[in-house]
Design a protein around this ligand. Structure first.
Ligand code: MEV
Length: 309
């Protein structure tokens, strides 16, 4: 009998990198997801990549198998696994974490979110050395979240006060998360006060952005994104194609735009728009630059159960 698990990819709106060192961050699930199907078998993996997704030549083809082995444990050897990687891989959209959570769900992992997050963090450590846990958390919660990891992990489902239009895209070549996280760690060791303050500002941008989401105020979200983008650019995390795309998105009417996720040489970007019409114009402008871009929409939600761990 076949069993299946599914989990969405993510877009980080605020707090990437700073979240590794305890700052608040905001992430939202994507409509794109990873599906894992298990059938009795002998450990064969059938990996299906989305049509049109570019997988960089240096993509470590062993990584999905290593994640599956860790997630499935003994069950790996006695099953054939089909992975439908609907989240573009190696782009900053959390495909590794979504794969880890989908595999754990297929294998019958606990439904309790906090327990599943613990397991997913262990699995994700195969893909990168110092994960904050924000990627698996949004894959598990499946709603917009505020995430913070200090002595413990706190995840809160975020209220969305008015329909939200984000444009999400990917530009340039993503060099992988682990080396970029390591590089930021090195910079932080060299200039702890400066980098510490910059990371505090990224955390403050996350909280201002969360307020903008709750109030349905895209202009506030956009303002906070512009400030975050300036700091992340100062960290050397914004590749030339992403910088051009951010400028083009704002030129086409986005209220703010920034890189998203690990960044480095290239990868994901996100823009906030006041309306569907503006979002369509931004998508056209980005596609004109050769950037793969689409709209993600979030409806009004006022979660009751906010505190989860
Ligand atoms: C990667 O999606 C986000 C980073 O902040 C790393 C992490 O939080 O694990 C760069």
């Amino acid at each position: 009998m076949a069993v299946r698990g599914e989990a969405p990819g993510k877009i980080i709106l605020f707090g990437e990198h700073a979240v590794v060192y305890g700052a608040a961050a905001v992430a939202l699930p994507l409509t794109k997801s990873v599906k894992v199907t298990l059938r009795p078998g002998a450990g064969n993996v059938d990996l299906r990549i989305p049509k049109g997704a570019e997988v960089p030549a240096h993509h470590n083809a062993a990584a999905p198998v290593a994640l599956l082995e860790r997630a499935l444990g003994d069950a790996f050897a006695t099953h054939d696994v089909r992975v439908e990687l609907g989240v573009p891989p190696m782009a900053g959209f959390g495909s590794s974490a979504a794969l880890a959570v989908a595999a754990l769900r297929a294998a019958g992992a606990p439904r309790a979110k906090a327990k599943l997050l613990e397991r997913a963090l262990d699995v994700e450590s195969v893909a990168h050395g110092r994960p904050s846990g924000i990627d698996p958390a949004v894959a598990i919660w499946g709603v917009p979240i505020r995430f913070q990891r200090t002595d413990r992990i706190r995840v809160r489902a975020l209220p969305i006060g008015a329909p939200l239009h984000l444009v999400v895209g990917t530009a340039g070549v993503h060099g992988g998360t682990a080396p970029v996280v390591a590089r930021i760690g090195e910079t932080r060791r060299r200039a702890p006060a400066l980098i510490g303050r910059a990371m505090d500002a990224l955390g403050a941008a996350a909280d201002a952005g969360a307020k903008g989401l709750a109030r349905g105020d895209p202009a506030l979200i956009g303002q906070a994104m512009r400030i975050a983008q300036g700091i992340l650019d100062g960290f050397g995390l914004v590749g030339p194609e992403v910088r051009d795309a951010v400028r083009a998105a704002e030129g086409a009417g986005a209220l703010g735009a920034k890189m998203s996720g690990a960044g480095g040489t290239g990868g994901a970007l996100v823009a906030v728009c006041a309306s569907e019409r503006d979002a369509k114009r931004v998508v056209r402008a980005l596609r004109g630059l050769g950037v793969r871009a689409w709209i993600e929409r979030y409806g009004v939600s006022l979660p009751r159960n906010r505190s989860a761990r």
